[in-house]
Design a protein around this ligand. Structure first.
Ligand SMILES: [Zn+2]
Ligand SMILES: [Zn+2]
Ligand SMILES: [Zn+2]
Ligand SMILES: [Zn+2]
Length: 319
């Protein structure tokens, strides 16, 4: 991590900032998931190891839940699936859960726990935070979310094997809370369809801005944080947790509901992008609307994101 560092972002807690100048398209970091799982709804359509969509998948003969492209993917995924496999089988044998696998949150929480038990909270020097230090926002959760959390924990305890290390309910809640506010959608090989959810510790440190200077893309199973424009040394790096094409009121509601904070970014304070007429203004060094056809700055940013996808597609031809 030679181009970013952790710092105390005023009013936001920990954040990441650039330590040198970065240009549009630059990769700030790339990171494999600490753990990731396929969505419940796609469990029989996506390979549980490489997250590719396949017409024909081979089922794990033991749990009959996990599915893989072939033997190669199955062996590659065995390290993560080994303990899970027996647990899924046992879970599906319990009366109420007959024939069912636990939901994606529970499967992800368990994968995280097994990994923590084996390797501890920090798996390499590339990881800038331990999982213990991440926020869980459980104290901010509304009643309904807390009810769901309780059900998940109950099912987790049914699922968690007796012969795995036993954890305090508080520690289990912490993991669910972290997943709830930091779980990141994993896309398929083309980066366009959401196929699962994973936890990426470094990404958890990147704060939100409604006018972000970075975007996250998925490249061969790893996420990459890429600059959307020039970033100065010392500048905080941000992504948008919600669709920045939404108007201020909608963004603020979503941020409050899912991430439990009131956004005070420049765009929210000034309701900046709500006004579709910004002709002549300079945003991110781009003069917007200087010609006859006014291009809204949001569209410019969106185009930049697609442009980065294009660069990727051409530099790494996908199968
Ligand atoms: Zn595969
Ligand atoms: Zn299995
Ligand atoms: Zn905002
Ligand atoms: Zn706009």
């Amino acid at each position: 991590m030679d181009n970013i560092e952790v710092f105390d972002s005023p009013g936001k807690g920990r954040g990441l900032r650039a330590t040198k100048e970065l240009l549009s398209g630059d990769v700030l970091f790339s990171e494999p998931p600490f753990a990731a799982v396929v969505f419940d709804s796609l469990a029989d359509k996506i390979c549980h190891s490489c997250f590719r969509r396949q017409d024909k998948l081979q089922r794990c003969g033991q749990c009959k839940f996990a599915q893989y492209c072939d033997k190669t993917c199955q062996s590659a995924g065995w390290k993560e699936h080994k303990l899970e496999c027996g647990a899924i089988k046992a879970f599906g044998a319990i009366g109420d859960n007959f024939g069912k696998a636990p939901n994606e949150n529970i499967r992800l929480a368990a994968r995280i726990m097994w990994r923590l038990d084996k390797e501890g909270g920090v798996m390499s020097d590339m990881q800038m935070t331990s999982l213990d230090d991440l926020e869980n926002h459980i104290s901010d959760m509304p009643e309904d979310d807390l009810k769901e959390l309780k059900v998940d924990i109950h099912n987790f305890l049914d699922y968690w094997p007796r012969n795995s290390k036993q954890h305090r309910v508080d520690d289990i809640s912490h993991i669910f809370g972290v997943i709830n506010c930091n779980g990141f959608t994993v896309s398929d090989q083309r980066g366009l369809n959401a196929v699962g959810v994973g936890l990426f510790p470094n990404l958890c440190l990147v704060n939100h801005d409604c006018w972000p200077n970075c975007t996250v893309i998925l490249n061969h199973g790893k996420i990459e944080l890429r600059a959307l424009g020039k970033i100065e040394p010392g500048e905080e790096v941000t992504v948008s947790y919600v669709d920045f094409l939404n108007v201020t009121e909608d963004r603020q509601r979503q941020l409050k509901m899912h991430y439990f904070f009131d956004c005070t970014c420049e765009h929210c304070k000034g309701h900046i992008k709500d006004d579709l007429k910004m002709g002549g203004k300079v945003v991110d060094g781009v003069k917007v609307g200087a010609c006859e056809c006014e291009i809204h700055p949001c569209i410019v940013k969106q185009i930049k994101i697609y442009f980065i996808f294009e660069i990727l597609e051409s530099s790494h031809p996908l199968p």
